[in-house]
Design a protein around this ligand. Structure first.
Ligand SMILES: C[S@@+](CC[C@H](N)C(=O)[O-])C[C@H]1O[C@@H](n2cnc3c(N)ncnc32)[C@H](O)[C@@H]1O
Length: 299
């Protein structure tokens, strides 16, 4: 390539097409509509800069010279790999241990006693953390059960943790966390369930890492969520805020189908089921307001 086809940027020559890549209003609209249909996530104009930067990053990484050819490639790539790359850089994965701890208290004090009153010995209790992001939520559930649920020795509990972002799931399986993630945990719990691995990082103990199963799930894809059934408790926190009304409704109906009658679901503190769907009953416990799939007798 001759110098003529290159451009000076920050004292360095870069390929002209890389420096020139821009996302027009029309490109942004096309892309956000496509991404919304695939994930349920709706980007408004306030996210424009965030989305544009990441799109340009992927256009460059895949060797395309602009949005148009990249967008054709994205839509027609049958493996879905590039869509997954985009999902991994466009989702917001903020989470930490013992976030909204009052719901974990409610789980051990209220939800689990009700659930086991309907179970027979030998039955399994199934808990779903979706979305789980980097794993702090499902590991918090496991810690809470071990530390604060007096009946833990009498029941088998399965914890499934799912997310649409495959990078966060890989990190969750490794279970390595910076100080910021564990700052809400009592020191005694850090000492008991983590080992300090240096440079301000902690790794969760093998026993807990092996107690959670991590899977990739798109919560608005009914074909995918169909594989998940029989949950007694679902934690679906701080995801629905990224959705519009339609994808919230689809997500909530998929979760409803994945739960046992009488099962409980917890949303994030700024998310309210009443504005989404009437299919769940509201349960007001002293610790938290949660939602319940009606029992057969309630109908
Ligand atoms: C802010 S985190 C919430 C993590 C945790 N539940 C909490 O409250 O701390 C939101 C997560 O939702 C995931 N997510 C976004 N769209 C999703 C979808 N359609 N299906 C499943 N997970 C999704 C993102 O990848 C991200 O990890």
């Amino acid at each position: 390539m001759s110098k003529k086809e290159q451009l000076m940027v920050n004292d360095k020559y870069v390929l002209k097409n890389e420096a020139d890549i821009t996302i027009s209003d029309d490109d942004f609209d096309k892309f956000r509509e496509y991404f919304y249909r695939k994930t349920g996530i709706m980007f408004d104009q306030s996210k424009r800069y965030f989305v544009d930067r990441r799109l340009i990053e992927r256009i460059k990484a895949t060797g395309h010279n602009g949005f148009k050819s990249y967008f054709i490639f994205l839509r027609f790539e049958s493996s879905g790999k590039e869509l997954q790359n985009l999902i991994n850089i466009l989702t917001v994965n903020e989470t930490y241990f013992f976030r909204e701890e009052y719901q974990f208290k409610c789980m051990v004090n209220r939800m689990l006693p009700e659930i086991i009153s309907r179970k027979r010995s030998g039955d399994i209790i199934r808990i779903w953390s979706v979305p789980a992001a980097t794993g702090e939520e499902p590991y918090s559930i496991a810690i809470y059960l071990l530390e604060y649920w007096k009946d833990i020795d009498k029941w088998d509990v399965e914890i499934i943790a799912s997310d649409i972002d495959t990078n966060v799931l890989e990190n969750a399986k490794k279970g390595i966390y910076a100080e910021r993630s564990v700052q809400n945990l009592p020191r005694s719990i850090i000492q008991k369930y983590f080992k300090f691995i240096g440079n301000g990082y902690y790794q969760i103990c093998d026993e807990l890492r092996n107690s959670v199963e991590f899977t990739r799930v798109n919560i608005i894809d009914t074909k995918e969520t169909k594989r998940y059934r029989g949950f007694d408790i679902v934690f679906c926190r701080n995801l629905l805020i990224y959705f519009d009304d339609l994808s919230r409704k689809i997500a909530v109906e998929n979760l409803f189908d994945s739960m046992n009658p009488g099962g409980f679901i917890c949303l994030g503190h700024s998310e309210s089921m009443s504005r989404i769907s009437p299919i769940f009953k509201i349960r007001k416990f002293p610790e938290a307001i949660v939602y319940q799939k009606p029992l057969e007798d309630d109908k």
